[in-house]
Design a protein around this ligand. Structure first.
Ligand SMILES: Cc1cc2nc3c(=O)[nH]c(=O)nc-3n(C[C@H](O)[C@H](O)[C@H](O)COP(=O)(O)OP(=O)(O)OC[C@H]3O[C@@H](n4cnc5c(N)ncnc54)[C@H](O)[C@@H]3O)c2cc1C
Length: 476
């Protein structure tokens, strides 16, 4: 099978077998360069060290496993404790493909045991309180754990209950879904499955009516901020493929589709091609009446005031109002914050826009006040990237800088803010938005604003095994 045949199968969704796809990708020169380019950053391998000290890692997800593997390799006599409640590990990017019907739920649940070696003490519990002044923490079950060095990788907590009238158990009923829904502590990921059911229910409804569909994006930081739009475009395409349609509304608290202008423009073009999507900017979902199917939004907007002759421009006046919208189907992306244990501790930013998130330096990922503490992943209060791609780039920085501190040296490695958002614009195409603190940062000399089949094939067939076998083992 050549590339064209593979793409035809992908586009027609003819169930290209994973073995065929992997064989194709492995043989492809493009894949080879993808692998080379997405390989370990230049600073990846902390040199082996005889540094000593008790290291505690809090968390059992992507970031935790990535630093754990690297630390075990880098330290000649590691003394590591991991505090993680979950036996199972969810490959969360795969939730989108479960929603789309491309993955089965079991494709995205991995056993954590294989990543946590026998030389590591595993406390299957959650950190409940931190006492960084005394280098200790207490778990939910009351175990006190002392450390010399701490890595916080406890991720995000969803707050569905902030939306009045909504509780997490209502997701999957009355036309409500949320691909984000999961129980990471239990290692389960229901969001993808429920959202696939939602795709099918929408498809069924579109056979006899033109359903009203709302996809929301909250005002808080969100892991994989592109996921609400991935669901928007894939569910729209799910109908379009069978010549069905619906009225889609993208209701977002943001004032744009994407923070980077090039990608924002490209997404507007994608929407024009669909022709059935209305954007409601500045709309933050605050309440839902699940029985009547009415969503209420806090709408912030500006109106033009008087002309200011001195400034030679119109004064802009801030306004706000409550807006209600009726719907038949709604996909909700939840308000999100750092996990409570971190948010309520001295480890969090105590004020400012990052209040409640882990207070780390955005480049060294070292805590700004407690120098023996580092952070990785979604929990970090830094300007960019709540993605697995960010965690992958942060791993070598955190480990290298931690070892420097253990060796009484300066932490010199710097995270550049790298993050990645594979925006699924349709079945078979992705805009691969890679960027860092300075702006767009594509790994390839390809126009990053262009939807491409190669990124779909890469994401669907290669990324999951790369994540599972290489990234979580700290090998890239
Ligand atoms: C729908 C969806 C789509 C996504 N798509 C992409 C994508 O395409 N590309 C991409 O790069 N990223 C994507 N992501 C984001 C990516 O999955 C996360 O950014 C990544 O998992 C972050 O890793 P983490 O270790 O910070 O957090 P997590 O992987 O969420 O792990 C947090 C861990 O901490 C544990 N924990 C929580 N509280 C405590 C506590 N008090 N004590 C101890 N442990 C605790 C949890 O049980 C969990 O094991 C997506 C996420 C979702 C939900």
């Amino acid at each position: 099978m050549n590339h064209d045949e593979m793409m035809k199968k992908i586009k027609e969704n003819q169930g290209l077998s994973r073995r065929d796809a992997l064989r194709m990708m492995a043989l492809s020169p493009v894949a080879a360069s993808v692998l080379a380019s997405t390989g370990a950053p230049a600073t990846a391998n902390a040199s082996s060290s005889d540094a000593k000290g008790r290291v505690v890692i809090v968390g059992g997800g992507a970031g935790a496993m990535m630093v754990l593997a690297r630390l075990r390799r880098a330290l000649s006599s590691p003394e590591i404790t991991i505090i993680a409640p979950n036996d199972k590990h969810v490959y969360q990017p795969g939730q989108i493909f479960v929603a789309a019907g491309e993955y089965a739920p079991e494709d995205i649940i991995f056993d954590n045991t294989g990543y946590i070696g026998n030389d590591v003490k595993w406390i299957k519990d959650e950190a409940a309180t931190f006492d960084p002044d005394n280098n200790k923490l207490t778990t939910k079950n009351g175990t006190v754990v002392e450390y010399d060095y701490l890595i916080v990788a406890a991720g995000i907590q969803y707050h569905y209950e902030e939306i009045k009238g909504l509780t997490a158990d209502m997701i999957g009923t009355n036309g409500i879904s949320s691909v984000y829904l999961n129980d990471l502590a239990a290692g389960t990921a229901a969001g993808g499955t429920l959202t696939h059911d939602w795709f099918n229910a929408l498809h069924e409804a579109a056979k006899t009516s033109k359903p009203r569909v709302i996809c929301t994006q909250p005002s808080t930081p969100l892991k994989c901020g592109g996921a609400p739009q991935k669901i928007l475009y894939l569910s729209d395409d799910y109908l379009r493929r069978d010549k069905l349609t619906a009225d889609f509304t993208f209701a977002t608290a943001s004032d744009k589709l994407f923070s980077l202008p090039e990608i924002d423009t490209a997404l507007h073009k994608v929407q024009e091609e669909y022709g059935n999507i209305t954007n409601k900017f500045g709309h933050d979902l605050i309440a839902i009446d699940a029985q009547k199917k009415i969503a209420t939004f806090h709408h912030k907007y500006q109106v033009q005031g008087e002309f200011d002759k001195d400034l030679n421009e119109y004064d802009m006046i801030d306004k706000e109002e409550e807006v209600t919208m009726e719907y038949d189907f709604i996909h909700i992306s939840p308000p999100s914050y750092a996990v409570d244990a971190v948010a309520n501790s001295l480890l969090a930013w105590q004020k400012g826009t990052s209040k409640g998130w882990l207070d780390v330096n955005r480049e060294t990922l070292q805590h700004r006040r407690y120098k023996n503490v580092f952070g990785i992943g979604d929990v970090c209060g830094i300007p960019m990237g709540k993605t697995g791609g960010s965690a992958r780039h942060q791993g070598p920085i955190v480990v290298g800088n931690l070892i420097a501190v253990m060796e009484k040296k300066e932490p010199l490695l710097k995270f550049d803010g790298y993050t990645v958002c594979p925006l699924k614009t349709s079945y078979g195409e992705i805009i691969m938005a890679e960027f860092n603190y300075d702006g767009l940062a594509p790994s390839f000399p390809l126009d990053p604003a262009q939807p491409r089949w190669i990124w779909w094939a890469f994401d669907l067939y290669l990324l999951q095994p790369m994540y599972r076998y290489l990234m979580l083992n700290g090998l890239m």
